[in-house]
Design a protein around this ligand. Structure first.
Ligand code: MLT
Length: 408
């Protein structure tokens, strides 16, 4: 008899974003005349900029040529992309990395979900609450948790509440934890962490022989100069942190797929008898076994993000999304809402009014304004009573969404 992995049965029936799509689809089937504006999932709406398209066309032509065809590439990614990443994203911020510390992949979602599998099952996991659901769900699937309670919190996970009182940056846990997921700029709250705040986490990880999984997928949206873009801007972080980055939001690659993960040479984990093990070769081993590399065309496209034209064009798109964010923040504040984020991040975190739950507010906005948001409770118990609005959208649609919200 084939047995199922029963850990999967502990999960809520649907992943958050497909569940939202299901509800929106059902609404639009019943109301075919309604023009729905989607500010739910953080998916890009602007076309890829010309420098990237041109590079891709050239790469496609190479794939059609007997002499230039690329078959399997290096699992870790091509050096031309790895070198562009190191120079532009890290050297420029005073962080030195070796090529072997960068692992190119097809998405930060997969990487943040997969990385846990190289660590022991008995590690104690700490996540912020609210949190990007992938971190929690993949640990549930792996069997690192018990069942969920009514609020959706799984037994065995340490949840670190992020609320207006702590500016959505969590306090250090009272208990000892081994694997800590942090995401800054934060999805979903749009909060950022200062250097001193990240330093506390690096110090904690060092003192407790823990590892931080730092999701920096939204670093390109930081506008405030004092906010670090990488956890490696904190001294000693290479000894205790993995960092995830993505071209999805930075450069509109959600449909193209390219991302990367940094696993420093200094990073160590321990065997049960206390022997130190280098994490980098273990991740490399896993990566080579389970992954054949991101497509050549995607990697050429990603390298074009760092060309002079690519940088300018990508920046313009980021500015467009961030001007959506400031319109959303400004409008909602004027309407008397409690609003967070939207300054160094493309997400706006909004407290509902009249004690509405997140899903009640989601339904209200969908029914009355035909605008889709993401219910905060879908990101965790501490997200109850909040919703997230994404700034990824056509500016005309975002402006229209704000007008509709004003009217209701
Ligand atoms: C989100 O809306 O939170 C993200 O787009 C989801 C993702 O990156 O997987």
């Amino acid at each position: 008899m084939i047995k199922i992995n029963e850990n999967y049965l502990k999960l809520a029936s649907g992943y958050l974003f497909p569940e939202i799509s299901r509800r929106v689809k059902s609404f639009s089937t019943k109301n075919p005349d309604k023009n729905i504006i989607r500010l739910g999932i953080g998916d890009v709406t602007e076309p890829l900029p010309p420098a990237i398209i041109e590079a891709m066309h050239n790469a496609v032509n190479q794939m059609g040529s007997k002499t230039d065809l690329k078959g399997y590439g290096p699992e870790q990614g091509y050096d031309f992309l790895i070198e562009a990443i190191i120079t532009n994203d890290y050297k420029s911020r005073g962080v030195s990395l070796e090529n072997t510390e960068v692992f190119v992949s097809d998405g930060a979602k997969c990487d943040t979900g997969n990385l846990q599998e190289i660590f022991g099952i008995d590690n104690v996991i700490a996540v912020t609450d609210p949190v990007y659901p992938v971190y929690v769900d993949t640990n549930v699937m792996a069997g690192r948790t018990g069942k969920a309670d009514k609020s959706g919190r799984f037994a065995g996970i340490v949840y670190m509440p992020c609320t207006p009182d702590n500016n959505f940056v969590p306090e250090l846990p009272k208990e000892k934890v081994d694997l800590i997921y942090l995401c800054f700029p934060n999805n979903p709250t749009g909060a950022v962490a200062k250097k001193e705040q990240l330093k506390k986490w690096v110090d904690y990880a060092k003192a407790n022989k823990a590892i931080i999984l730092f999701d920096a997928a939204y670093e390109a949206f930081i506008s405030d100069n004092v906010i670090p873009h990488s956890i490696y801007e904190i001294e000693g972080a290479k000894e205790v942190a993995v960092e995830f980055r993505s071209f999805s939001k930075t450069a509109g690659f959600t449909g193209l797929r390219c991302a990367f993960t940094i696993v420093p040479r200094e990073l160590k984990a321990w065997t049960s008898d206390g022997k130190a093990v280098d994490v980098n070769p273990i991740w490399n081993r896993r990566h080579c076994t389970k992954f054949n590399g991101a497509s050549y065309v995607s990697q050429v496209a990603a390298a074009a993000v760092y060309s002079a034209d690519g940088k300018k064009q990508v920046r313009k798109i980021i500015e467009l999304y961030m001007s959506n964010a400031s319109l959303i923040v400004g409008t909602l504040k004027k309407l008397g809402f409690e609003v967070y984020g939207g300054v160094n991040a493309p997400y706006v975190w909004l407290k509902t009014k009249n004690k509405m739950t997140s899903w009640e507010f989601f339904d209200y906005l969908l029914n009355k304004a035909n605008v889709v948001c993401t219910p905060g409770s879908g990101f965790g118990a501490a997200g109850e009573g909040f919703v997230r609005l994404s700034a990824f959208g056509d500016p005309v649609n975002v402006a229209e969404a704000m007008e509709r919200i004003k009217k209701i």
